[in-house]
Design a protein around this ligand. Structure first.
Ligand code: CMP
Length: 139
């Protein structure tokens, strides 16, 4: 295992209901160090680009609508084995299937409005961190 940096986004549903602080505390308690953070209102073209791998999926347009519906909070997080660990801490995409105590079980509304995004591989983590943060913004 090695120390990795990964990307999470507190999505507009959770940010809009004031859960960003609780979610970040939840992650810090699980050993993640916050190495960059910002509040962002994604433009349509940015949300489309971020989720381009899903562009052929039937939910793509709706996902882009949701991600541009209000502010969100992209954060870069560091710890040992961060990518896999964050995926397990946030739980399954659908909160109905997420394990008890995971971020999505605690805070998500639905499969789409699911509170948080996390990078799904070390390669994508590097791409996604640099989508939101330049090198000088990472401590
Ligand atoms: P995320 O981890 O950000 O990655 C892609 C997002 O698409 C996912 O979280 C959900 O918000 C959304 N998503 C994935 N599958 C579905 C689905 N079947 N219906 C609606 N939204 C989905």
């Amino acid at each position: 295992m090695s120390v990795e940096t990964t990307l999470a986004i507190v999505k507009p549903d959770a940010f809009g209901t004031g859960k960003a602080g609780l979610i970040l505390a939840h992650l810090e308690e699980r050993g993640f160090e916050l190495v960059a953070a910002r509040v962002a209102r994604l433009r349509r073209v940015e949300a489309e680009a971020f989720y381009v791998v899903h562009s052929e999926r039937p939910f793509y347009g709706s996902l882009v609508d949701f991600m541009t519906s209000g502010p969100c909070m992209p954060v870069a997080l560091r710890r040992e084995d961060a990518v896999a660990h964050l995926r397990s801490v946030i739980g399954a995409t659908d909160p109905a299937e997420a394990e008890e105590g995971t971020v999505r079980a605690l805070f998500a509304e639905s499969k789409e409005r699911n509170a948080i995004h996390a990078s799904d591989s070390v390669e994508n983590a590097a791409v996604e961190v640099s989508f939101f943060f330049s090198g000088t913004e990472l401590i």
